[in-house]
Write a protein that binds this ligand. Structure first.
Ligand SMILES: NC(=O)c1ccc[n+]([C@@H]2O[C@H](COP(=O)([O-])OP(=O)(O)OC[C@H]3O[C@@H](n4cnc5c(N)ncnc54)[C@H](O)[C@@H]3O)[C@@H](O)[C@H]2O)c1
Length: 451
C-alpha cells in the first residue's frame, strides 16, 4: 500500500463532496482529486462560475484548485479514474427510506450501495474506501459485502470518516475543524487517510476509533445538537406563558461551563437535510437492536421540533383570524449563508399558512423560489419578492424564518406594512426597540409580545 494517497476520487458532488474535496485539493496540491456525480447539471455547475452550492469562501477555494488538481467529471468518465484511485470517498445522499423495511425512519442506502457496486467493478489493485456520507452503524458491513464480489482480484479497506461541517460555515469548518474522525479496523489505512488531513489539521484533532464507533458517533453528534435545540424550544413555550424570556434563560444556562452557550438559541425549529433524518435513523437503529426506550427518547426531539413549527404558524393564523391578509415570509433557507432549504422550517410554515387561506409573499437572498415551491408541493398562492421592501409592502404579518444578516437591520419605520402589523421573529434576531419605534408589534420566540 502506498503510504500517502496520490489519487483521490469522491463519488457525490453535493453540499459535502464538493466543498470537502475542494479543501483537500487546495491544501494538498500534490494529490489529484476528482469528484464524480451522476447528475450532469451539477457537474456542469461545478465547472462553471455559478457553483451549485453557495458557501462563503467556497468560490475562492475552488478557483485556486480547479483545473490544477481538482476535477469535476461525469459518471461516464469516472470508471477510468476509479481504476487509478488509491482512495475513494463515498459522499452521496443517505435520505430516509420512503418504502420497504424501516420506511419513514431507516436510512436509504441504495445510493451508497450503487457506489460500492461501481467501485467494485472499476477499482484496481488496493483501494481504501471511505464512508464520508452519514451512515447507520454497521453500514460498512454492507459495503464490504458488495466490494468482496469484485471479479478482478482487487483488495479493499473500508474506513468511516463522517463529515462534521455545518452548512453556512463549511469552508471554515473544513479548514479548521474541531476534529476529524477516522474509524477503521487496521492502522495502515487509518494512517493513510490521517496523513492527508495532517497536511493542515493538527494531529491532536484527528481522532481515530473503531469503525462502528465512528459510524455511530456522527449520528450521536447530530442527535445531541438537535436535542439542545428542542430543549431550549420546549422552554420557549413555557417562557411565553410565564413572562420569562428564553434568551435570558439560555444565557444563564449556557454560561455554565459544563453546558456551554452554543446551540441554545430558541427558534422556529431546526431544519436542514441532516438532523431529522439522522435522528430518525438513530430511532430506527434503537428499535432494530431492541432498545425501544432509547428510540422513544430520541423520537421526542423530532416531535418537539415539529410542534414548534406548527405552534409558530398557528399563532400567525390565529392573529390574522377571519380577516386573512398577507404574510411576508423572510427567509426560506434552513439557516443563513446557504442556499439549502432542505427540511427548512419555511417549507412547513408556508404550507400551513397557505392551507389556512393566507396570502404568502416570500423573500430570500439565495434560495431559488421555483425550486422551493416545487419541493414544498406549493402550486399556487405563494409569490416571490425580490427585496425585503417588496415583501413587506401591505403585509399584516411578517414571519422571520432565517437569520440572514440583512434582516437584523431592516428600517421598519420606512416600510409600508398595514397598521398594527405583527412581526413574528422566528429567530430572535430583531431589535425590539426598532420595531417599537416603527409602531409595530413584535412577537419573539419565548418572549413577551412586543418586548
Ligand atoms: N449537507 C450537510 O450539511 C452534511 C453535513 C455532514 C454530513 N452530511 C452527509 O453527507 C452525505 C451527503 O450529503 P449532501 O448534503 O452532500 O447530499 P447532496 O444531496 O447535496 O449530494 C449528494 C450527491 O450524490 C450524488 N449521487 C447519488 N448517488 C450517486 C451515485 N451512485 N453516483 C454518483 N453520484 C451520486 C447526487 O447526484 C448528489 O449530487 C449525506 O449522507 C449527509 O447526511 C451532510
Amino acid at each position: 500500500m502506498k503510504p500517502f494517497p496520490k489519487k483521490i476520487i469522491c463519488i457525490g458532488a453535493g453540499y459535502v463532496g464538493g466543498p470537502t474535496m475542494a479543501v483537500i485539493a487546495d491544501r494538498c496540491p500534490e494529490i489529484e482529486v476528482t469528484v464524480v456525480d451522476l447528475n450532469a447539471d451539477r457537474i456542469a455547475a461545478w465547472n462553471s462560475a455559478q457553483l451549485p452550492v453557495y458557501e462563503p469562501g467556497l468560490a475562492a477555494v475552488v478557483g485556486r484548485a480547479r483545473g490544477r488538481n481538482l476535477f469535476f467529471i461525469g459518471q461516464g468518465d469516472g470508471a477510468k479514474k476509479m481504476a487509478e484511485a488509491d482512495l475513494v470517498f463515498i459522499s452521496v445522499n443517505t435520505p430516509t427510506k420512503t418504502e420497504g423495511e424501516g420506511a419513514g425512519k431507516a436510512s436509504d442506502l441504495r445510493y451508497v450501495e450503487s457506489c460500492a457496486q461501481f467501485i467494485s467493478e472499476h477499482a484496481r489493485g488496493h483501494t481504501i474506501v471511505v464512508e464520508k456520507s452519514t451512515m447507520p452503524v454497521r453500514a460498512a458491513d454492507t459495503i464490504k459485502r458488495i466490494l468482496a464480489q469484485n471479479s478482478h482480484g482487487g483488495s479493499f479497506e473500508v474506513l468511516s470518516n463522517p463529515e462534521f461541517l455545518a452548512e453556512g460555515t463549511a469552508i471554515r469548518d473544513l479548514e479548521a475543524p474541531d476534529r476529524v474522525l477516522i474509524g477503521g479496523e487496521r492502522p495502515e489505512p487509518i494512517e493513510a487517510l490521517a496523513s492527508v488531513y495532517r497536511r493542515w489539521v493538527p494531529a491532536e484533532r484527528i481522532i481515530t476509533t473503531g469503525l462502528w464507533s465512528a459510524e455511530l458517533a456522527k449520528l450521536a453528534a447530530n442527535a445531541f445538537l438537535a436535542q439542545r435545540v428542542s430543549s431550549i424550544n420546549a422552554l420557549s413555550a413555557l417562557c411565553e406563558v410565564t413572562g420569562a424570556h428564553v434568551d435570558e434563560v439560555a444565557r444563564v444556562v449556557g454560561s455554565d461551563s459544563r453546558i456551554g452557550p452554543k446551540f441554545l438559541k430558541a427558534s422556529v425549529g431546526f431544519g436542514g437535510s441532516c438532523f431529522k433524518k439522522d435522528i430518525l435513523s438513530l430511532v430506527y437503529l434503537c428499535e432494530f437492536h431492541g432498545v425501544p426506550e432509547a428510540a422513544a427518547y430520541w423520537q421526542q426531539v423530532i416531535e418537539l421540533n415539529e410542534w414548534q413549527k406548527r405552534r409558530f404558524a398557528d399563532q400567525i393564523i390565529r392573529q390574522l383570524g377571519a380577516a386573512k391578509g398577507k404574510v411576508a415570509v423572510l427567509g426560506l433557507a434552513f439557516k443563513k449563508d446557504t442556499n439549502d432549504f432542505r427540511e427548512s422550517a419555511a417549507l412547513d410554515i408556508c404550507r400551513q399558512l397557505l392551507a389556512a387561506g393566507l396570502e404568502v409573499v416570500s423573500y430570500d437572498p439565495r434560495v431559488d423560489f421555483a425550486a422551493f415551491c416545487q419541493s414544498a408541493g406549493i402550486a399556487r398562492g405563494m409569490q416571490p419578492a425580490h427585496t425585503v421592501r417588496e415583501a413587506l409592502s401591505g403585509a399584516s404579518a411578517v414571519a422571520v424564518l432565517t437569520e440572514w444578516e440583512e434582516f437584523r437591520s431592516i428600517d421598519w419605520a420606512s416600510m409600508s406594512l398595514v397598521p398594527n402589523a405583527v412581526i413574528y421573529d422566528g429567530r430572535n434576531i430583531l431589535d425590539p426597540e426598532m420595531i417599537r419605534r416603527a409602531n409595530l408589534l413584535l412577537h419573539s420566540i419565548g418572549g413577551r409580545d412586543s418586548d
